[in-house]
Design a protein around this ligand. Structure first.
Ligand SMILES: NC(=O)c1ccc[n+]([C@@H]2O[C@H](COP(=O)([O-])OP(=O)(O)OC[C@H]3O[C@@H](n4cnc5c(N)ncnc54)[C@H](OP(=O)(O)O)[C@@H]3O)[C@@H](O)[C@H]2O)c1
Length: 278
């Protein structure tokens, strides 16, 4: 039977286990259900489930089931990296040979997850970002050699529930990915904060400066999202020669300006990612 294009998870085979239903776990859960996943296929392991997750048990979701469990088709690991060692043993009953393990833990390598699961596990390590909460994240994924084409497609379908998905072949790039898109939302929020402060310094009342900064960042992001033009063209389109924007950009794009600062910041985040991974 052919599935509707907007319900790619309607025919999900077997069971899907979610370890950790915190912010990211819940965002994925919501996305999966919206994309046609039958809640009866879901097992959630979470010590402090929120009401919405508890309510799903009425539709057949298994929450913290007692007993041995049966091998799953996919396991999604969404606990904090520091909880991994305590949390991963709970997956043993579900981690059969056919199970795909999809981890979104920041900084936890494929080799770390391989060590925690039975030998030969198919593993995808992925790095999402916070706009996932509104289905507008971007996730970068990397697979080990055990992941089949079918499992890769399954991982893409599961991750597409929280936004766009990109694949990389070289896991070492994950530190740079984390520095750009994983930490990136913080840079954008900082831009809104800095524009607010600069507006106040230029004489605007604080609440007005905050509203102008917020809507400018949000609206420009949405314009970038919807437009077919790249960021540089959109920037040039609001910059007339000799005008006010050009005056500001001469500062921002000058020596030690925004580009250099961001290059340094992202290099620092990449280095920190490497240090944390050990
Ligand atoms: N948020 C982001 O922007 C972002 C971006 C990229 C990657 N990530 C990754 O996504 C993962 C989840 O992040 P988050 O922001 O969703 O964190 P979170 O809200 O703290 O969610 C983690 C959940 O796991 C639960 N948990 C703890 N120990 C457990 C155990 N032994 N068994 C089952 N569940 C357990 C926690 O429960 P308690 O509250 O009871 O401890 C919590 O509900 C992290 O590994 C993070 O690195 C997050």
């Amino acid at each position: 039977m052919k599935r509707p294009a907007n319900k790619p998870l309607a025919g999900f085979p077997g069971r899907l286990v979610l370890l950790g239903a915190g912010k990211m776990g819940q965002a994925m859960l919501e996305g999966w259900l919206a994309r046609g996943l039958d809640p009866r296929r879901l097992v959630v392991i979470e010590p402090q489930p929120v009401k919405a997750v508890k309510a799903l048990t009425r539709r057949g979701l298994a929450l913290n089931p007692e007993g041995k469990g049966a091998p799953a088709s996919a396991i999604v690991i969404a606990v904090k990296p520091q909880s991994a060692r305590d949390a991963l043993p709970a997956l043993k009953p579900y981690a059969g040979k056919a199970a795909l393990a999809l981890s979104i833990m920041a900084g936890r390598t494929i080799s770390f997850i391989e060590d925690a699961l039975p030998p030969g596990a198919a593993i995808v390590r992925a790095m999402p970002n916070t706009p996932a909460a509104i289905g507008r994240g971007i996730t970068v994924a990397c697979a080990n050699a055990r992941v089949s084409a079918r499992q890769r497609k399954l991982a893409s379908d599961l991750l597409a529930a929280i936004g766009k998905v990109e694949w990389i072949g070289d896991e070492h790039l994950m530190d740079a990915v984390t520095a750009v898109s994983g930490s990136g939302p913080a840079y954008v929020f900082l831009l809104a904060e800095a524009m607010t402060q600069a507006g106040i310094a230029a004489g605007l009342p604080a609440p007005l400066a905050a509203r102008l900064a917020r809507e400018t960042v949000a609206g420009s992001g949405e314009l970038l999202h919807r437009s077919e033009l790249d960021a540089a063209t959109l920037r040039q389109n609001v910059t007339s020669p000799g005008g006010t924007t050009a005056a500001a950009l001469a500062v921002l794009m000058g020596p030690d300006g925004f580009d250099q600062l961001l290059t340094k910041a992202i290099a620092a985040a990449t280095r920190r990612g490497r240090e944390l991974a050990g």
